[in-house]
Design a protein around this ligand. Sequence first.
Ligand code: GLU
Ligand code: ZN
Length: 325
Amino acid sequence: MNPTAIPTIGRLAPSPTGAQHVGNARTYVLAWLASRTKNGKVLLRMEDIDSPRVKKGADTEAVHDLRWLGLDWDEEILVQSTRIDAYQDALKELALKELIYPCTCTRNDVLRAASAPHEDGKETIYPRTCAHRFACDASGLLDKNYCWRFRCPAKEPDFIDEFKGPIIGPAKQFANDFVVWRMACDTSLSQSWPAYQLAVVVDDAFQKVNQVVRGDDLVSSTPKQILLYQNLNLTPPAFIHLPLVVGEDGKRLAKRHGDTRLSALRHQGVKPESLLGLIAYSCGWTNKPMPVTLRDLMPLFDLKKIPNKPFVLTKDLLKGIGYEP
Ligand code: GLU
Ligand code: ZN
């Protein structure tokens, strides 16, 4: 290794809002390999700020799932719910620069902001109803639920994805002013929480992460995150967005495709090597699924061989690794 080269720092960032499934496992294995094959570090961060959706015990279970796969990490686990002060500092900085404004529009938008926007990929364009406000106007809103929105420039930044190539953002008349924080005054929510977009940037920068590997359903979040990096004077990492695992109907892996939770595979006695073999096959590194260890995968790892389309997880493939979904 070139001694002057900057070491790669990658991360695994599970959300304990539910169980980890085969699709998550593929992302974690690829993120781990993308760093370890460069002698890099891997960090683990528990993204537990989505408090209404966080499930009790899902964090411990996620750690168990990662260990079962054979993945390891350096340093202690960073837990987002312990980092609210750091996110607040970033929010203050954005407010001082008048880059954010308080928005009292729909409650749904505000509530959804804490989680990474995996679902539909279609974001609703916010009509900038509250964009006339200044940051200091928030002091008059203490009895209201509101959110802080980032004041986007006319066009979101383009970036180069190390897997997908150049991502040229659509030139919108108004780029979408996204939510960075939600403030709740009612007792059912009792707290205010940073949005995924802000927390992920503050933490990746704090942990000196310089390589982010995640599912390509988050591609549209990246220009927003780059805007935050730029305006908080932070350096963005390299981004690698990889195709998702989908069910036989081509839709994002979900309950209707049968139980693909890692815990369910374990309970039926599936060995991690069998799942790793299926992951290697899904990446085009082997021509059929056969049991392998993470060590075996190190020399096979090759981003360029991964098909640039979703991987269809069929029932037959699951049966092939000894799992009856
Ligand atoms: N915790 C996020 C998720 O599971 C990770 C998003 C990211 O990798 O930036 O969706
Ligand atoms: Zn508004």
